[in-house]
Design a binder for this molecule. Structure first.
Ligand code: GDP
Ligand code: CA
Length: 317
């Protein structure tokens, strides 16, 4: 029996989660739980968007746009054009028609009084996902990007509008200190054999999850082994702009520096083991020097089989 909990962000998290499902189905393991970052969530044109949750939901359901990397396959943008004509929403942020269907359903249920956890449970019922999805918290906590001129903006504006070109000095999650983990997270972590940290953005995807009071403590107290997968291969981010985020918090873009950022559980940190890419095999010594196991494996998530092989390498670590 391998009971698994995954912590994940959006697109990298989705690719990894597909591999988790594949590997665990083959092992006949119980349904894993994925805890998803909600710091990117926002209200726009009256609807609630949950970008990282939807990336994973659509990927598990097999309805994601694999070419574009986000949203629904075969989506159209008729409603978006109309919103732009009204001057509603953000001119640099596109909402697909099918995607808006999700946001409307979600917003309606939230307005009827359902919690984000309950809403996600309802959204998950449409397809046989094979994975239980949980938001990191039911509290609305944004990720804000603070710039050196003192301005701050929602993460989504910094990422999509400015393409991470404005230099950040800090990422904040105002109000997170009074947020609680979504119901079920503490229990899932306590019952887990393995907790996997997806190769998601360490700063703005995994960071907010770990900042929810109680989650770090639950991981520290867990009997599960906590195993992370490096999002950095050969000293570079695979896609996206995680290097800018890492630089802002003073962490070098390297597999060993990210391992140091998470820290070894043996030294009060998070990880028992850290998967690094073959390209970074040289870093194994310094990673082990931090007090955790280093496992060298191919880390390119080029398809589901490749992601599943990464999960297998983690489970046998
Ligand atoms: P977002 O929320 O959509 O930005 O996605 P995530 O935070 O879940 O994932 C973004 C991270 O995934 C980036 O930092 C990438 O370096 C990493 N990533 C993307 N593809 C791969 C891959 O094939 N292998 C590994 N190891 N990391 C990847
Ligand atoms: Ca994200």
């Amino acid at each position: 029996m391998t009971r698994v909990v995954v912590l994940a962000g959006g697109v990298g998290g989705a690719k990894f989660t597909l591999g988790v499902r594949d590997a665990l189905v083959r092992r006949g393991a119980p349904e894993p739980t994925v805890v998803v970052n909600t710091g990117d969530d926002l209200w726009l044109s009256g609807v609630r968007l949950q970008p990282d949750i939807d990336s994973i939901l659509y990927a598990l359901a097999g309805v994601n746009d694999t070419q574009r990397g986000w949203g629904r396959a075969g989506d159209t943008e008729r409603v978006n054009e109309e919103l732009q004509a009204w001057g509603a929403g953000w001119p640099w942020f596109t909402l697909g028609d099918l995607d808006l269907g999700t946001h409307l359903a979600r917003t309606g249920w939230l307005r009827d009084g359902a919690s984000p956890t309950e809403v996600l449970e309802r959204l998950s019922r449409r397809w046989p996902l094979g994975i239980r999805m949980l938001p990191m918290t039911d509290t609305e906590v944004d990720t804000r990007v603070v710039l050196d001129d003192g301005r701050d903006m929602h993460f989504q504006e910094w990422w999509t509008r400015y393409r991470a070109t404005l230099e950040p000095v800090r990422f904040d999650n105002p109000g997170i200190e009074v947020a609680a983990p979504a119901p079920g997270i503490a229990e899932a972590i306590a019952a887990a054999d393995v907790v996997l940290i997806a190769p998601s953005n360490p700063v703005v995807s995994i960071g907010p999850i770990l900042r929810v009071p109680g989650i770090r403590e639950a991981l520290a107290a867990a009997s599960a082994r906590v195993i992370g997968v490096s999002p950095i291969i050969g000293g570079r981010v695979v896609r996206g702009m995680a290097d800018v985020c890492l630089a802002a918090i003073g962490v070098e873009t390297s597999a060993s520096a990210v391992a140091g950022h998470y820290g070894a559980r043996s030294a009060g940190g998070l990880l028992d083991a850290w998967l690094i890419a073959e390209e970074d095999a040289d870093a194994a010594v310094s990673v082990e020097g931090l007090g955790m196991r280093a496992v060298v494996a191919p880390l390119w998530m080029s398809d589901v089989a490749a992601s599943a092989a990464i999960v297998e390498a983690a489970l046998s670590a």
